[in-house]
Design a protein around this ligand. Structure first.
Ligand SMILES: [Zn+2]
Length: 415
């Protein structure tokens, strides 16, 4: 049976959003939380960007056992990189990083061929470029490579089929249908994806933007159409729907829609590896990392997603939760009471010293072997905080303590 998997692109498309960015340790925690959640792949960034190199290499090390038999931090997730569909870019990515999964992107629409590339490339040139880039990825040792048609929703179906076919013949594992401008609607995308899946017989990735508020609906409709045509589907999501302009398909909303929507919920196509119980944690971490509040009406994880005040609703919810709640808050990992300290608070970070550090780590049941060990961790804590410019979270402190060598590497930038 075909399946739907999630390829989360928070650390690539999410991060390339105007006005916001992430520190490399925050991107690492996001990869780690996605791994815990059972997400198939994280598109972790750009292997060709010099500032991403140490982060990418350190994260690949975090997927391997440590020198003293230490468990890998991340156990299942694939870490992928985005690259232009140019063989030269792919070759450079291999020289500079340990990247083993690629998505290779090039525009395919008439609009972009004419008005972005200014007719520098014909359709045949595009096919040759994607073929060469895919072959370079596979020849260089890529485990998976996807071919991305940018602006696919405004590209003729005939050319998209030829593009996906060229990718497949060159060894691509997936075809990414990019609704770059959020132009599709659920019925159109279903029809187009169904046709491509049947004609080319290649697994399909849905990459949908939210300019018309349809990113989640389009992603799910497209993924189901691919499965119904016999192909595996991969939905590109971002945590809290963060992304260019109006954003991408929200991770939690896509999972909820595929589990609870009236028809889609019955298809049982979403991979059962996905642990929705991690939703609350990852949504809050990513909101903190970007410095953005989760909207109160955000599906599943918003402050009001399970709030009732109006007389009839509160009465109904109290009599039976399913009167006014489609799914239970526990399935999202919600429901615990949280106590906020109102007295003394000790934090550690850029200004921290030994006593504060030891106190904070003792609250997490972690101690230090000796003064040298504490000084090593303290300096990493200071550097990490310098890069996050936000109070360090327990996940970040835990990562620094247990994987200091990889954290040192990913914090290292050489301008
Ligand atoms: Zn995008």
């Amino acid at each position: 049976m075909p399946q739907i998997q999630i390829i989360d692109v928070t650390n690539r498309d999410g991060e390339q959003t105007a006005r916001i960015s992430l520190a490399k340790i925050q991107k690492t925690v996001i990869n780690w939380l996605l791994d815990q959640m059972g997400v198939y792949q994280s598109e972790m960034g750009f292997p060709l960007s010099p500032h991403e190199r140490n982060y990418i290499n350190a994260n690949y090390e975090l997927m391997e056992p440590g020198p003293n038999g230490q468990e890998p931090l991340m156990k299942h997730i694939q870490l992928g990189g985005w690259s232009r569909a140019l063989a030269t870019d792919v070759e450079k990515a291999f020289q500079q990083t340990k990247i083993k999964h690629f998505n290779l992107s090039i525009s395919t629409s008439e609009q972009m061929l004419r008005w972005k590339f200014r007719e520098k490339f014909s359709e045949e040139d595009i096919l040759k470029m994607v073929t060469d880039a895919t072959q370079a990825a596979k020849a260089g040792g890529a485990i998976t490579a996807g071919v991305n048609a940018e602006d696919a929703s405004r590209t003729s179906l005939d050319f998209l089929i030829r593009f996906a076919q060229a990718g497949k013949e060159a060894g691509a594992d997936r075809f990414r249908y990019c609704d770059t401008l959020g132009h599709d609607d659920p019925s159109t995308i279903s029809e187009r994806i169904g046709t491509i899946a049947r004609e080319v017989e290649i697994p399909i990735e849905l990459h949908c933007h939210n300019d018309l508020g349809l990113a989640v609906a389009n992603s799910c409709a497209g993924a189901i159409a691919a499965c119904e045509a016999g192909q595996d589907a991969y939905i590109n999501t971002t945590v809290n729907g963060i992304g260019e302009r109006a954003g991408n398909a929200d991770l939690v909303s896509c999972i909820l829609a595929l589990r609870y929507a009236s028809r889609w919920g019955k298809t049982n196509l979403l991979s059962n590896q996905i642990d929705l119980k991690k939703a609350w944690k990852i949504a809050r971490y990513v909101a903190h990392a970007f410095g953005l509040e989760i909207p109160i009406n955000q599906p599943g994880v918003g402050a009001n997603a399970f709030a009732h005040e109006s007389g009839i609703h509160a009465d109904g919810a109290l009599k039976d939760r399913h009167n006014y709640e489609l799914y239970d808050y526990e399935v999202l990992g919600r429901g615990e009471r949280q106590a906020l300290p109102t007295g003394r608070v000790i934090t550690t970070g850029i200004h921290g010293g030994a006593s504060g550090l030891e106190y904070v780590y003792a609250q997490m049941d972690l101690g230090f072997r000796d003064g040298e060990h504490a000084r090593e961790i303290l300096y990493l804590v200071q550097c990490a905080n310098l890069s996050t410019q936000a109070p360090l979270t327990e996940e970040e402190l835990w990562l620094i303590y247990h994987y200091p060598d990889q954290v040192r590497k990913l914090l290292t930038l050489t301008p």
